[in-house]
Design a protein around this ligand. Structure first.
Ligand code: FAD
Length: 552
């Protein structure tokens, strides 16, 4: 079969792969981007599109201070020995450079998501009142010409994609309504926000630089010659000659065998694109790569519900707003419901030594009619708009009394009634004495906006039926483990020496974040920064080698 030759081959078209492709092309390389799915953008296109970049160039204008030391102190304070300080420094140092590079040379533009706090605002060095989380303004998809319909559309948000994150429940529990005239203008002009904007802009940057794009055929095998990368074999059998390959194939969350082999606890339902089956991990293992962060995922509680094409919904605002709690199979609360989603991994993975089982699975979110009337439940991206529904859909269990509800979901009725009574007493006293819900600014930020900054933003009694319970599962946005890289994005072998010409970025690489999730955009930020580093180094390595060949 004919062999095509490129300087750099990028595997995977999420934000990490697109950033690597665009950067490598901008630094003079000929680039092929290979995507296994039929469309561009991966989970990144489905996402909110926020990126977490400490010390980013937009913070000052927004009146926020930041420093390298603060950012590194923040990450180190949550590391538990799992964050490599050298890689954390590479990320913090390169983030602002990447933003600057994209904004000066490409259609990718950013703005601050207003006031969005870091996820652990009380930790030292946190941007407690926001500034590190950026998103793209809406992007007119007409700019993509014939590529307009080749970008993934989000099963979670489509067709409601004419919003920025700051205007949706992705950045606050109850967003302010967007002016209908502006919403209509954007829809008429097909100006998409969220991950659609980020991916659309990155794609335009790639097209402008002549990046060759292959859809619907995955990479299957790396070609190595004398221990260095020489190309890649595609699923259709074609061999691509390339001295540099960037693995950006997303995580392994849809590969049952890899999940069983590597993850620290149950990942029941991943919300990412189904083509993320750990192909890059497999290729890297075969090439002799060191692996890292394998136990971890970007944990996210989810509800399985027929509310979108994926049959699963990210579970965020409903557990923070006043008047709901979460309970385990013993009918007891087990966590601060308002904590950030990644922290839920810890609660779901807690084990009961006696029964050899996970103590808090299954789990439910419990609320009553008053709560539903006010906020709705998994009804809309724009929380609180229940579209005239008078009661929750039938996939949610119901009981006129707590005893009836307990029987419906199979938990002890007495324990459930005692839990709710105790909760109501604590709310009366104004403090969650058991799990500290409402102690962090993060919990209050995500609560009822009419009580912003007060405990009442998240603490609310549950009085009077009917009562409802929806099962909540241990999900994830994607996994975090993969080939270990150095600070230039180069994949290293078991002796921590670079495998010449092999790079990794995004969820396919060993995340530099250990167990943590720094703030809104905590996955896409590092993914794009390492995509930038990899693309730049690959192009420069290629130029150096060419120079050598020319002078030889
Ligand atoms: C609803 C939702 C909202 C989110 N919001 C945010 C947010 O605002 N900020 C944030 O930081 N994170 C967010 N996330 C998480 C974020 O989307 C992912 O962590 C991120 O997109 C991962 O980027 P990536 O480039 O590594 O992988 P992906 O975007 O998943 O791309 C990987 C690509 O590789 C392709 N691929 C797989 N195997 C092969 C192969 N063998 N050959 C070629 N291609 C292959 C896949 O088809 C896929 O297109 C959100 C996730 C969801 C679901």
């Amino acid at each position: 079969m004919t062999e095509q030759t490129f300087d750099v081959a990028i595997l995977g078209s999420g934000a990490a792969g697109l950033t690597a492709a665009l950067t490598a092309a901008e630094f003079g390389a000929s680039v092929l981007l290979v995507e296994k799915g039929e469309k561009i953008g991966g989970t990144s296109a489905w996402s909110g599109g926020q990126i977490w970049i400490p010390c980013n160039p937009h913070m000052k204008a927004f009146g926020k201070q930041d420093s390298r030391e603060q950012a590194l102190t923040y990450l180190a304070s949550m590391s538990n020995g799992l964050i490599d300080p050298d890689l954390a420094a590479a990320y913090v140092d390169t983030g602002p450079e990447m933003v600057d590079f994209l904004e000066k040379r490409t259609p990718v533009q950013f703005m601050v998501v207003p006031h969005f706090p870091d996820y652990h605002p009380e930790q030292p060095g946190a941007a407690a009142r926001g500034g590190r989380t950026l998103e793209c303004p809406v992007y007119p998809y007409g700019e993509l010409g014939e590529w307009r319909n080749r970008v993934e559309t989000s099963p979670y948000y489509w067709p409601h994609v004419y919003f920025t994150v700051g205007e949706t429940s992705l950045a606050q529990a109850v967003p302010d309504p967007l002016d209908p005239a502006e919403a209509q203008r954007r829809a008429d002009n097909d100006e998409r926000g969220l991950g659609h904007s980020l991916v659309g802009r990155l794609l335009r940057g790639c097209l402008d630089r002549g990046v060759a794009i292959e859809l619907g055929t995955g990479a299957e095998e790396l070609i190595l010659e004398d221990g260095a990368i020489a190309g890649v074999v595609l699923a259709d059998g074609r061999r691509i000659a390339a001295g540099n390959v960037v693995i950006a194939t997303g995580g392994f969350e849809h590969n049952e065998a890899f999940k069983r082999a590597f993850l620290r606890g149950p990942l029941q339902n991943a919300v990412s694109i189904r083509t993320n089956t750990g192909d890059g991990l497999k290729m890297a293992m075969k090439a002799g790569a060191m692996l890292g962060t394998m136990r971890e995922a970007w944990w996210m509680p989810v509800v399985e519900a027929p509310v979108n094409a994926m049959g699963v919904n990210l579970f965020t605002g409903e557990r923070t707003l006043p008047g709901s709690i979460m309970i385990n199979r013993a009918g007891r609360r087990f966590t601060n419901e308002a904590a950030n989603y990644n922290a839920f991994g810890a609660a779901f993975h807690e084990q009961d030594q006696n029964s050899c089982s996970f103590r808090n699975l299954p789990a439910w979110c419990l609320f009553n009619q008053d709560f539903y009337d006010k906020w709705g439940f998994c009804d809309s991206l724009l929380m609180g708009r229940t579209e005239g529904r008078r009661q929750p859909a039938d996939w949610i269990a119901r009981g006129e009394t707590l005893e009836e509800l307990a029987a419906a979901i199979g938990v002890p009725g007495g324990a459930l009634a005692a839990t709710v009574a105790h909760w109501n007493e604590m709310v009366e006293r104004g403090a969650d004495e058991d799990f500290g819900r409402g102690n962090s600014y993060y919990d209050l930020y995500w609560g009822d906006p009419s009580h912003k900054g007060e405990k009442a933003a998240t603490l609310g009694k549950i009085e009077g039926g009917p009562f409802y319970a929806a099962e909540v599962k241990s999900g994830a946005l994607g996994t975090k483990g993969g080939p270990q890289t150095d600070r230039l994005g180069r994949v290293v072998d078991l002796d921590f020496k670079p495998i010449e010409g092999l790079y990794a970025a995004g969820n396919a690489m060993a995340s530099i974040m250990g167990m943590t999730y720094g703030g809104g955009g905590g996955t896409l930020g590092p993914g794009m920064v390492f995509g930038y580093l990899a693309g730049k180094h690959a192009a420069q390595r290629n130029a150096t080698q060419r120079g050598r060949t020319a002078s030889a």
